[in-house]
Design a protein around this ligand. Structure first.
Ligand code: AMP
Ligand code: MG
Length: 403
């Protein structure tokens, strides 16, 4: 059986060798959060485009503005003012943050370090050449590439694109991810379930995880545990870029997902992973479409999505597979788990100053969404560990949506 790292690697390797992203689309910069860029974004001019003052104060020639010197203030420059005149020798100009430093000046002295009397400005300390302004072109040269294809667009990348006038961006279309839950007991979330029925929460969490990963969820509802219903709904799902199923992959008599897929010609790259929850997770390809069969217990579904489906969505979006958000923390309470598989236990990570401390939450196993909704991470208990003491360092997988 593969470890979770091996299974993840398998997903990355198989998708990289077979599939690229969809075609591109033009997206307005204000709407492009979470898209993956498909073009280079270049500067339209130098940044900053002029010597930009970073303080309110006086533009000076540093040689004139020694401690104790007094210079005549010859005018003022606000942000946005056109600056054409040179600074005359033995004078200074009042300048505001964001304004252009006039030629002839090589420093800005903070207003706090001056005393003004009429048009006379007295300097309390030596000005230093280069002080308190950002030289033209020092952030970026004209025509320089700032963002490369494959960049995931977050708010800073969008601001950068906006700054250089890229009002529309060529982005990879988000991959379409079909979501199909399975199970005779599953009913829609807006219905009143019978006593032995369960609302379809997995389709909701999966759609949220698809969006978070950068994909577009296509909700196909639920298939009954019958070969005919499964095969027709799976066939529909295979028309998308990726198909994610929940439920029906364990050892029960009515766990038919793998069987139906096999009969449809699927090949599988793994059909179990050494983890708990989530051990029966399967990954394969049917026709041209990659398929994940995730176990139906809600926490299993969520954990296995994070471990295996997120990198698939990354790659199908034209981005690199993001590493798992794993950090190290100290255990606040001892743990004992059976060894042999890697455990992912719902947990709370807290901050004691700079020190990260994690506590596993009491839970009723992989169906317990109540526990997971109180968790902001999972403690990762390695397969070879059985006893973990208080204060021991452990790995913690962060919930991506709460980062
Ligand atoms: P399965 O993996 O099909 O054996 O399902 C395992 C458990 O997960 C069962 O208790 C199911 O009722 C529950 N389950 C399966 N699918 C869903 C779903 N779509 N939403 C919520 N719970 C589910
Ligand atoms: Mg089932």
């Amino acid at each position: 059986m593969l470890t979770y790292e091996q299974a993840r690697q398998k997903v990355i390797e198989k998708i990289k060798e077979k599939k690229g992203p969809r075609a591109t689309e033009r997206v307005r910069v204000g709407e492009a959060l979470g898209y993956v860029l498909a073009e280079e974004v270049k500067t339209d001019r130098e940044y900053p485009p002029f010597n930009r003052a970073t303080r309110d104060g006086y533009a000076v020639f540093a040689g004139d503005a020694k401690a104790g010197a007094t210079l005549r203030c010859a005018g003022e420059i606000k942000a946005g003012d056109r600056v054409t005149k040179e600074l005359w020798a033995e004078t200074c100009v009042q300048i505001m943050t964001g304004a252009a430093v006039p030629s002839g000046a090589d420093a800005v002295v903070m207003i706090e370090h001056t005393k003004r009397d009429g048009d006379q400005v007295r300097f309390e300390r030596d000005a230093v050449a280069g002080q308190n302004f950002v030289p033209r072109g020092s952030e970026a040269r004209a025509g320089q590439t700032l963002l490369m294809p494959g960049t995931r667009l977050g708010y800073a990348e969008l601001a950068l694109a906006a700054q250089v006038g890229a009002a529309e961006l060529d982005c990879a279309q988000k991959p379409h991810v079909a979501i199909l839950s399975t199970g005779d007991e599953i009913v829609p979330v807006d219905s009143i379930p019978g006593r032995f029925q369960i609302r379809n929460s997995n389709s909701v969490s999966l759609a949220a995880q698809v969006r978070l990963a950068g994909g577009r969820p296509i909700l196909l509802g639920n298939a009954m545990d019958r070969e005919d219903d499964l095969s027709s709904k799976i066939r529909r799902g295979l028309q998308e870029d990726l198909l994610v199923l929940s439920g029906g992959v364990s050892m029960g008599k009515y766990d038919l997902v793998e069987k139906v897929l096999r009969e449809m010609g699927a090949e599988f790259y793994f059909d179990a992973v050494a983890i708990r929850p989530g051990k029966p997770a399967v990954f394969g390809k049917c026709g041209e479409t990659f398929v994940f069969g995730l176990p139906g217990n809600p926490v299993s579904t969520m954990v296995t999505f994070e471990l295996f489906v997120t990198p698939a969505v990354d790659l199908l979006s034209g981005a690199a597979a993001r590493p798992l958000p794993i950090v190290e923390a100290r255990l606040a309470e001892a743990l004992h788990e059976k060894s042999g598989v890697t455990h992912f236990l719902p947990a709370r990570l807290g901050w004691q100053g700079a020190r990260l401390e994690v506590t596993a939450l009491r839970w009723q196993g992989s169906g317990d969404v109540t526990a997971l909704a109180k968790a902001n991470c999972y403690v990762v208990v390695p397969a070879e560990e059985e006893e973990l003491a208080v204060g021991e360092r452990v790995e913690v997988l962060l919930r991506r949506d709460l980062l």
